[in-house]
Design a protein around this ligand. Structure first.
Ligand code: PLP
Length: 301
């Protein structure tokens, strides 16, 4: 699937003599969008080819991966099971737009405590799930495995060879690993983690074959799914100026970072920057529900 690169024109970009384009992976689909589409593509094929009875995966309450898997399962006639972090949600899943969507697609939601959820990578726990849900294809949290990375290697195409720097948001690191693998040797890949922690580098090294990449930890806004009024205001202003909707968990933080680095002369004049819009727009409604409760400004979508 080929996706449009949209050129972004803002005074600061012209002033600093760089250029910025956004790869609109968010346009792939409203629910299986961006990198979650890329990550599912070969996993879904594998689940179908191996005649799996169902597709089981893991996610938090606002997970883009859960929404995407649920939708893709329905489209491909394969049952889906979501192991959801947080027992307390069982009583109030109807207040959560992502979970309502997933359930409407036919996903079976299994709520587990945070302690149990932490075991999601342990062999013993996976074996327990395999026994309980016989014949299921198990996809790790965030959909990150070798087949997911293979899908993410298709984000960059031959038409992107002229860019000097590729920027993308980082969660588990699967997406950036795919981008690193398909980037040209002269290109640099710059990742913006959406969460705190140093563990990501090792995870990325496991899958990435090249060394032309780096992470910038300055723009995580306090951690995963944490937002500030400054970030929300930025997302709303950016939408007004460019007509591009960003999400508050990943792409908003990345783009805030990219523009901050441009403003502070991080990129040499003449640098051609490509930022990947990895999608995630389905999460805005849920985030707005939280912002409303806290009396904070809302994301205009
Ligand atoms: C999941 C997600 C990411 C992070 O991808 P990883 O492969 O886990 O690093 C980035 N952006 C969006 C919109 C996402 O949904």
């Amino acid at each position: 699937m080929n996706v449009l690169n949209q050129s972004i024109e803002l005074p600061i970009i012209t002033q600093k003599k760089v250029s910025l384009a956004i790869k609109r992976e968010d346009m792939i689909h409203p629910f299986i969008s961006g990198n979650k589409y890329r990550k599912l593509k070969y996993n879904l094929q594998q689940a179908i080819d191996s005649k799996s009875r169902c597709l089981l995966t893991f996610g938090g309450a606002f997970s883009n991966h859960i929404a995407a898997t649920a939708y893709a399962g329905r489209e491909n006639n394969i049952k889906t099971i979501g192991i959801i972090r947080g027992e307390e949600l069982e009583a109030k899943w109807e207040q959560n737009p992502t979970l309502v969507f997933a359930k409407a697609q036919g996903m079976e939601l299994v709520f587990v405590s945070r302690e149990v959820y932490k075991k999601k990578h342990e062999v013993a726990f996976i074996n327990q799930l395999k026994a309980a849900y016989k014949g299921c294809y198990i996809l790790p949290e965030g959909g990150a495995n070798a087949l997911a990375i293979k899908g993410c290697e298709e984000i960059l195409t031959a038409a992107d060879r002229d860019f000097d720097v590729i920027c993308c948001a980082v969660g588990t690191g699967g997406t950036i690993a795919g981008i690193i693998n398909s980037a040209e040797p002269q290109q640099r890949v710059l990742g913006f983690p959406a969460l705190k922690g140093d563990f990501l580098k090792e995870d990325i090294c496991k899958f990435a074959q090249n060394k032309n990449w780096d992470l910038n930890n300055q723009f995580n806004f306090g951690g995963y799914a944490k937002v500030t009024t400054e970030l929300i205001t930025f997302i709303n202003t950016f939408k007004k100026q460019t007509n591009v909707q960003l999400d508050p968990v990943y792409t908003g933080k990345m783009m805030f970072g990219v523009l901050d680095l441009i403003r502070n002369d991080y990129f040499k004049p003449g640098t051609k920057i490509l930022a990947i819009h990895t999608g995630g727009l389905q999460g805005i409604e849920g985030m707005n529900n939280l912002l409303k409760k806290k009396n904070l400004p809302l994301i205009h979508d």
